[in-house]
Ligand binder design. Structure first.
Ligand code: GLU
Length: 286
């Protein structure tokens, strides 16, 4: 345990209300809840709805209903990220003030073309830093013309400024924590505010985990590599370092990760088929 970690553990489940919860979400929520209860800790629910175009109130209402159906209870009030854009803007300003942020005007197509096959850990085209090289005058010209811009972190500058070796404690259930060396550089100049949204997943999650005093981040293995960016942002913004546990993803019959896009059965589909919460828990090992 590091000095940063508060004595009463704080866990959170942080779904995005852009679809119905499926078994993978149920596993993550139940695991966070069980770990909080077993450690005398707190369990928070956070609604990650920064993407106002994709988030829907009916999906949010369904999250509360599905989690309650599973027998989970959480603290009120629930933090909804869409109500806290000012917090994320304040964090971004700190980085702007340190000259670590630049505007990027590139379209997805331009990035894909310029990336020439290089990818980030998620498999997306790696941003080659095109707009990092624009002159101050050119930036001003485009901004004054109202050209939309994302805000990117100058990764090389951020890494040299941060100066420390970044790592995190990864807890695998039932074993000693292992030290993982973070590799934020593999992501290139990440977007910290999108063209259409004044923040990004990475920025909002790091700011919120700190503001909510989250001591233990328990989430799916698909976010393992994103933790490198989160550790860098925590270091740059002088935020505490949580412990991490990235749990295996629940796979469907075809060994594909369950996701909304794969049309996996939602918890409410399963409920409509007459499956009980006890059966769901048993299937997921709780
Ligand atoms: N909102 C993210 C998701 O639904 C999870 C974020 C996190 O746990 O850090 O995948």
């Amino acid at each position: 345990m590091t000095a940063d970690v508060p004595t009463q553990p704080v866990f959170r489940f942080a779904p995005s209300p852009n679809g119905h919860l499926h078994l993978g979400h149920a596993y993550s929520a139940l695991l966070n809840h069980a770990m909080a209860r077993a450690s005398g800790g707190r369990f928070l629910l956070r609604i990650e709805d920064i993407d106002l175009g994709r988030s829907r109130p009916d999906f949010e209402a369904a999250i509360y209903e599905d989690l309650a159906w599973l027998g989970l209870t959480w603290e009120a009030p629930v933090r909804r990220q869409s109500q806290h854009f000012a917090d994320y803007a304040a964090a971004l300003r700190q980085l702007v003030a340190r000259d670590l942020i630049y505007p990027c005007f590139c379209s997805r197509k331009e990035i894909a073309r310029a990336a020439s096959g290089q990818t980030d850990p998620d498999g997306a085209p790696l941003y080659p830093g095109t707009c990092r090289h624009l002159s101050v005058q050119e930036r001003q010209k485009r901004l004054s013309k109202g050209q939309p811009a994302a805000q990117r972190l100058d990764m090389a500058a951020a890494l040299s400024r941060c100066g420390e070796r970044l790592h995190w404690a990864e807890y695998d259930l039932g074993t000693e924590p292992r030290d993982v060396v973070a590799d934020p550089g593999a992501w290139g100049d990440v977007v910290l505010a999108r063209k259409d949204i004044p923040t990004s997943y990475h920025m909002a999650v790091v700011v919120d985990d700190a503001l909510q005093g989250v001591s233990d981040v328990v989430r799916g293995a698909d976010l393992f590599h994103a933790t490198s960016i989160h550790r860098l942002l925590q270091a740059l913004l002088h935020l505490p370092q949580p412990r991490y546990h990235h749990h295996p993803l629940i796979l469907d019959e075809a060994q594909r990760k369950l996701s909304k896009s794969l049309m996996s059965k939602s918890l409410r589909d399963l409920r409509a088929e007459g499956i009980t919460p006890a059966e769901i828990k048993a299937r997921l090992g709780f």
